[in-house]
Design a protein around this ligand. Structure first.
Ligand code: PLP
Length: 372
C-alpha cells in the first residue's frame, strides 16, 4: 500500500513550526462573564445604510478615512484603514521587512501579534525585555539595532497597562532615524483620557517621517467584531502600505458602520463609554486591593488591569469553573502569578470581586489557636 502523502511537507518550514496566536476565542471557555479579550461589555446598535452588496467596496472608503483623520487631527493622506490593527501590524512587515535579512524588534511582555506576524513571514525577532519599571531598555535597544527595520512599541502596553514614557519614545525614534520604522500601537489610548491628548504621538508625525501609529475601533469604540483599525503615518508610508494591502480589505457593511461610529455623536458615545470603563476600573482596583489572594493590582491606563495573585492558577481555574473567564499571563516574562482582567460593566466587576473574595475567604490560612 502507498504511504499516505503528508501534505505538511509542502508547507513552508516557518509555517510548519509556527505556534499560532492563541486569541481569546481560540482558547475557548464556557462562561457568561468574558473578561479575557479586552472587549467592551455590551453591543452598540447600528443600522446598515449601504445595500449595494452586488458591488465591490472601495479599497479605502473615503468617508471612513476623512472622519478618522478629523478625529485624529490629521490629513486623510496620513490615514490607512485595515481589517483591524492586526492587519496593519502585518502590512508593515510586508512593506518593510525582507525575509532572511531584516529583523523586527519589540519589548516583551507585550502584545503577541508582533512576534506571530514576524514569524509567519520568516522575519527575525529581536526581543528586548522591558526594564523593571516596564519601560523600554533604551541601551539594549541601541545595542540590538543591527538589521532591524521595524520596532513595535505598545503604549499603553498590553498586558501591563502602563503608558510608555514619551521621553523614551523620542529616544527610540532618534535611534531609529534613517534606518527603521517605529510603530507605536495606541490601541488603548482612549482609556487614558486625562493623558490622551499629551500621550498620543499623532502630533509627532511632522517631526518623525519614520513614525507609524496604530489605532483600532475594537476597544473604546466597542466594535471588536467589526474588524476595523487604522494606521496613521506619513503619506509616503501609507502609499507603501497600500501597495501590499488586499484589494478590498473592508466589507461594505464594515465601512458603513465604521463611518457611523466616527460621526461626532459616535465619538461622544465612545468617550462616555471610556469614562464608564475608567470608573469601573477604579472600583475594581480598589475592591481587589483588599483581598488576601491579591498581591498587587498594577496601575492601568487601559480597559484591563494586570493583577498579581498569591496563587494565580487557583484564581484562574476557580473563576473559569464559575464561568468568569480571565486571561492567564503567567508564561509572559516577568509576569509570574499574573492574570489580566478586562474591565466589564459594573455588574460583571461585582461578580468578579465576589468570586475572588469568596475564594480568598476559603483559602484564608487557618490561624493557630493560641495556647491558653
Ligand atoms: C495592543 C493591541 N494592538 C492591536 C490589537 C488588535 O486590534 P484589532 O482588533 O484592531 O485587530 C490588540 C487587540 O487586542 C491589542 O491589544
Amino acid at each position: 500500500m502507498n504511504k499516505v502523502f503528508d501534505i505538511n511537507s509542502l508547507a513552508r518550514e516557518t509555517v510548519r513550526n509556527l505556534v499560532p496566536y492563541m486569541s481569546a476565542r481560540r482558547l475557548g471557555g464556557n462562561g457568561d462573564v468574558w473578561l479575557n479579550a479586552n472587549e467592551y461589555p455590551t453591543a452598540p446598535n447600528f443600522q446598515l445604510t449601504e445595500h449595494t452588496l452586488n458591488r465591490y467596496p472601495e479599497c479605502q472608503p473615503a468617508t471612513v478615512i476623512q472622519r478618522y483623520a478629523k478625529y485624529a487631527g490629521l490629513q486623510p493622506e496620513q490615514v490607512l484603514v485595515s481589517r483591524g490593527a492586526d492587519e496593519s501590524i502585518e502590512l508593515l512587515i510586508r512593506a518593510f521587512c525582507e525575509p532572511g535579512s531584516d529583523a523586527v524588534l519589540f519589548c516583551p511582555p507585550t502584545y503577541g501579534m508582533y512576534g506571530v506576524s514576524a514569524e509567519t513571514f520568516g522575519i527575525e525577532q529581536k526581543k528586548i525585555p522591558v526594564s523593571t519599571d516596564w519601560q523600554p531598555d533604551i541601551t539594549a535597544i541601541k545595542n540590538n539595532l543591527d538589521r532591524v527595520k521595524l520596532i513595535y512599541i505598545c503604549s499603553p502596553n498590553n498586558p501591563t497597562g502602563n503608558l510608555i514614557d514619551p521621553a523614551a519614545l523620542r529616544q527610540i525614534l532618534e535611534l531609529a532615524r534613517n534606518r527603521a520604522i517605529v510603530a507605536i500601537d495606541e490601541a488603548y489610548i482612549e482609556f487614558c483620557p486625562q493623558h490622551a491628548s499629551t500621550q498620543t504621538t499623532t502630533r509627532w508625525l511632522q517631526d518623525y517621517p519614520h513614525l507609524v501609529i496604530l489605532r483600532t475601533l475594537s476597544k473604546a469604540f466597542a466594535l471588536a467584531g467589526l474588524r476595523c483599525g487604522f494606521t496613521l503615518a506619513s503619506p509616503d508610508i501609507i502609499t507603501l502600505m497600500l501597495k501590499v494591502i488586499a484589494p478590498y480589505p473592508l466589507a461594505t457593511p464594515v465601512a458603513d458602520i465604521a463611518a457611523q461610529a466616527l460621526t461626532e455623536t459616535g465619538i461622544r458615545t465612545m468617550q462616555n463609554r471610556a469614562a464608564e470603563i475608567v470608573s469601573n476600573r477604579t472600583y475594581l482596583q480598589q475592591s481587589l486591593n483588599n483581598l488576601t489572594l491579591v498581591e498587587t493590582v498594577f496601575p492601568s491606563e487601559t480597559n484591563y488591569i494586570l493583577v498579581r495573585f498569591t496563587d494565580a492558577e487557583l484564581v484562574f481555574k476557580s473563576l473559569w469553573d464559575q464561568g468568569i473567564i480571565l486571561r492567564d499571563q503567567r508564561k509572559q516574562p516577568g509576569l509570574e502569578n499574573c492574570l489580566r482582567i478586562t474591565i466589564g460593566n459594573r455588574n460583571e466587576c461585582e461578580k468578579l470581586v465576589n468570586a475572588i473574595s469568596t475564594l480568598s475567604n476559603q483559602t484564608q490560612p487557618i490561624k493557630e489557636t493560641e495556647n491558653p
